[in-house]
Design a protein around this ligand. Structure first.
Ligand code: IPM
Ligand code: MG
Length: 369
C-alpha cells in the first residue's frame, strides 16, 4: 500500500538501535492490523554519524529530516566520544536538528502509569494519577545565545560567558502552544521563570500575561523556577501544563520525569510552527539517554520509544485512536507484571527489551481483536 506518511528513524547511539527496532515491530503490526503503512527511512545521528562522517549530523541527513512528516530519534552520546570537540560531539547533532528544524516547542509529559506508581521515589499517594505536561522552549535561550565561550580578560585570566537571549516572538510562540495544550487538558497553565532575578524572566512573565488575555478560560499562574522545582517534589499534582525556557525546562523535566518512576517510560515531542496546511515539523524521542552501560545487551526499556511513536501518531498524523491503542497496550503489559531492569520491582517478571516489545504487540492483538 502506498503511503503519504513519511518518517525518518535516527536510532543513534547506545541503546538507541535496540529500542527503535521494537518500534519497527509496532509499525509492522499497524501495517498488518490497522492497514496504515509508513515510509520509513533510516539514517545516522550522534556518535554513530561521527564515526562514519566525522560529524554528528550529516547535511544529507538534515535534508531528509526537513522533508519527512516526522522524525523518531533513539538516543545520542556515550563515553566513546567524550574527547571529541564540542561542536562535533553526539549532543551537537541533536541540538542542530532541533535548531535547524526550528522545533521550538518541546512537549514532555510526566504521566504516572498506575502499575508503576510505587516505583516513584515519592510516596505513592503524592504521584498516583499524576498527569502533567512540561512545555520547554527548545531553540533559543542559554543553549544558543551569543556571545558564548571562554576568553582571556584584561587581567590575563580566563573568563567564560553564556548568554540567555529571547525575542518576544520566541517567547510568545511557545507560550501559545502551552495555552493551547492547557485548553485541551485541564485548563491550567503555570509559566515558570526567574523574574525576581533575570531580565529574561521579566519579559517572559509580561508576555505570558499578555497572551493569556486571548485565553480567558485558562487559569494562568506565574512561578519562579526554584519554587517550581520544590513544588514538583512537594505536590506535583497541582500542575497541569508548565511552560518554561530552554534551561529551566531541561532541569525541571528531569525532575518531573523521576516522579513517574522511570526515565525509561517517558516520551517527548518537539514541534515546529504549523505551515499553511497546518502541518508542523516534528521530532519525537524518548527522554532517557543512550545508557551505554547496557547497550547491546537486550536489557533496555523500549517503552519510552514506543510511547514516542504513539505521540507521533497523535501529534503528526492525527491518529489519536491508534495512539490510544498503543498507550493502553503499554499499560496492560505493565499491569501484567512485565518489567525491564530499570523498572523492576519485587514479585514482577524481568524481561528483555525484545520480550517487552513482543509483549506490546501481543497486547495490541488482544485490544484490536
Ligand atoms: C535533553 C538532554 C539534552 C539537553 C542534551 C543531551 C543535549 O539533556 O534532551 O534534555 O540538554 O537538551
Ligand atoms: Mg535533559
Amino acid at each position: 500500500m502506498s503511503s503519504n506518511k513519511k518518517m525518518l528513524f535516527l536510532p543513534g547511539d547506545g541503546i538507541g538501535p535496540e529500542v527503535m527496532s521494537q518500534v519497527r515491530h509496532v509499525i509492522e503490526w499497524m501495517d498488518k492490523r490497522r492497514h496504515v503503512s509508513f515510509d520509513v527511512q533510516e539514517d545516522l545521528v550522534g556518535g554513530a554519524a561521527y564515526d562514519k562522517h566525522g560529524t554528528s549530523l550529516a547535511d544529507a541527513t538534515l535534508d531528509i529530516a526537513q522533508s519527512v512528516d516526522a522524525v523518531l530519534l533513539g538516543a545520542v552520546g556515550g563515553p566513546k566520544w567524550d574527547n571529541v570537540a564540542r561542536d562535533a560531539r553526539p549532543e551537537a547533532g541533536l541540538l542542530k536538528l532541533r535548531k535547524e528544524m526550528d522545533l521550538f516547542a518541546n512537549l514532555r509529559p510526566a504521566t504516572v502509569i498506575p502499575a508503576l506508581a510505587e516505583a516513584s521515589s515519592l510516596k505513592t499517594e503524592l504521584v498516583s494519577g499524576l498527569d502533567m505536561m512540561i512545555v520547554r522552549e527548545l531553540t533559543a535561550g542559554l543553549y544558543f545565545g551569543q556571545p558564548r565561550g571562554v576568553s582571556i580578560n584584561a587581567d590575563g585570566i580566563r573568563e567564560v560567558v553564556d548568554t540567555q537571549r529571547y525575542t518576544e516572538a520566541e517567547i510568545e510562540r511557545v507560550v501559545r502552544v502551552a495555552f493551547d495544550l492547557a485548553g485541551q487538558r485541564n485548563g491550567k497553565l503555570t509559566s515558570v521563570e526567574k523574574a525576581n532575578v533575570m531580565e529574561s524572566g521579566v519579559l517572559w512573565r509580561e508576555i505570558a500575561t499578555t497572551v493569556g488575555k486571548d485565553y480567558p478560560d485558562i487559569e494562568l499562574e506565574h512561578m519562579y523556577a526554584d519554587n517550581c522545582a520544590m513544588q514538583l517534589v512537594r505536590e506535583p499534582k497541582q500542575f497541569d501544563v508548565i511552560v518554561t525556557d530552554n534551561l529551566f525546562g531541561d532541569i525541571l523535566s528531569d525532575c518531573a520525569a523521576m516522579l513517574t518512576g522511570s526515565l525509561g517510560m517517558l516520551p517527548s515531542a518537539s514541534l515546529g510552527a504549523p505551515d499553511s496546511d497546518g502541518r508542523r515539523k516534528a521530532m519525537y524521542e524518548p527522554v532517557h539517554g543512550s545508557a551505554p552501560d547496557i547497550a547491546g545487551e537486550d536489557k533496555a526499556n523500549p517503552l519510552a520509544t514506543i510511547l514516542s511513536y504513539a505521540m507521533t501518531l497523535r501529534y503528526s498524523f492525527d491518529m489519536a485512536e491508534d495512539a490510544n491503542y498503543i498507550e493502553q497496550a503499554v499499560q496492560n503489559v505493565l499491569a501484567n507484571g512485565l518489567r525491564t531492569g530499570d523498572i523492576m520491582q519485587p514479585g514482577m517478571t524481568l524481561v528483555s527489551c525484545t520480550q517487552m516489545g513482543d509483549a506490546v504487540t501481543k497486547e495490541l492483538d488482544k485490544l484490536a481483536a
